[in-house]
Design a binder for this molecule. Structure first.
Ligand code: BJW
Ligand code: ZN
Length: 270
């Protein structure tokens, strides 16, 4: 890595990363919660970032059963745009590092709020996609759920079984999470020694309560995010940076040479 590389953490972040790495080495139960920030490094816009808008609509105005009843074509247009975007992108180093963590830890569970399917594409298997998956559709009449990877999906799409209107099999505002996903997530949060919270603003419930739940049950909670969040003050360690740089460093430190360069820079800059 080059001198001045912004992917290198400063000395404080480096010390925190080392502490988490040490804890992970001896941990038997680890849970991870991810949000849109982990896929931002793959080129997928976050929900609440500057580029989260689509045609001047905020996600909150489109991701609800009311919005779909009012204007299903508009909502499907939004999903078509996102399906096209996601299909053109790939998981990044952070997604792959979590696959490796799953391999190393006895009792591992990954809870993702993301619907892009990148964790599964990368190879994660012990996971709950608590807000659903953008490649699954559900019939609003017969309830049948199936995979659909058409791009673009014809507007309006209908069910091959009953001709009912299809909707994305995604959890919208005001809708409940699947009880099995919630149960599995809560069990993993209560049982973990370490919870890693990666790239989520921590404002959407119930996921926003997962950090506090794990902490109440004795977990060491670590937040990895580009910016501080409302949860940063509540966690044991908050580390700022890009997920694609930080998450791989939870498994192994960056090459020694880059440390020298970084400390050189630190001492040069005082
Ligand atoms: C980087 C980075 C980089 C950037 N590296 N980091 C209790 C209190 C108040 C309200 C409620 C409550 N319980 C339920 C509610 C209502 C509601 C809710 O939470 N509202 C809040 C907004 C106040 N919740 C619900 O309705 C949920 N249902 C439910 O609880 O049912 C029971 C119930 C219903 C009603 C009342 C009471 C109980 C369902 C929530 C479903 C949310 N679904 C969405 C849309 C899916 C649509 C789709 O994807 O197609 O899921 S909302 C949207 O937000 C999406 C995301 O998964 C979710 C979370 O967003 P996330 O991932 O955190 O993204 P961002 O953009 O917010 O943040 C990105 C972060 O990454 C930032 O922090 C950046 O800094 C960081 N970042 N680049 C690292 N490179
Ligand atoms: Zn049907």
């Amino acid at each position: 890595m080059a001198f001045g590389d912004s992917s290198l953490p400063g000395s404080e972040a480096r010390a925190k990363l080392k502490e988490v790495r040490n804890r992970l080495t001896s941990a038997q139960a680890v849970t991870v919660l991810t949000g849109a920030g982990i896929s931002a490094d793959s080129g997928i816009p976050t929900f609440r970032g500057a580029d989260g808008l689509w045609k001047n609509y905020r996600p909150e105005e489109l991701a609800s059963p009311e919005a779909f009843s009012r204007n299903p074509s508009l909502v499907w247009e939004w999903y078509n745009w996102r399906r096209e975007l996601i299909a053109a992108k790939r998981p990044n180093a952070a997604h792959y590092a979590l696959v490796e963590l799953e391999r190393r830890i006895d009792r591992f569970w990954l809870i993702t709020q993301n619907v892009d399917g990148f964790h599964r594409d990368a190879g994660s298997r012990k996971l709950s996609e608590i807000h659903g998956n953008i490649w699954m559709v559900r019939c609003t009449t017969c309830g049948g759920v199936r995979e659909n990877r058409q791009i673009p999906i014809p507007i309006l799409p209908t069910c091959p079984d009953c001709q009912g209107l299809l909707r994305p099999h995604i959890v919208w505002f005001g809708e409940s999470l699947h009880p099995l996903d919630l149960d599995h997530s809560l069990a993993a949060l209560r049982a973990c020694e370490i919870l890693l919270i990666i790239g989520t603003s921590g404002v959407v419930y119930p996921a926003a309560s997962f950090g506090p739940i794990a902490k109440e049950h004795g977990a060491f909670v670590v937040e990895l995010n580009l910016d501080p969040t409302p949860q940063s003050a509540l966690v044991d360690l908050a580390i700022q940076g890009h997920a694609k740089d930080l998450v791989p460093q939870l498994l192994s430190p960056p090459p020694l040479s880059s440390h020298f360069l970084d400390s050189d820079r630190d001492s040069l800059l005082g």
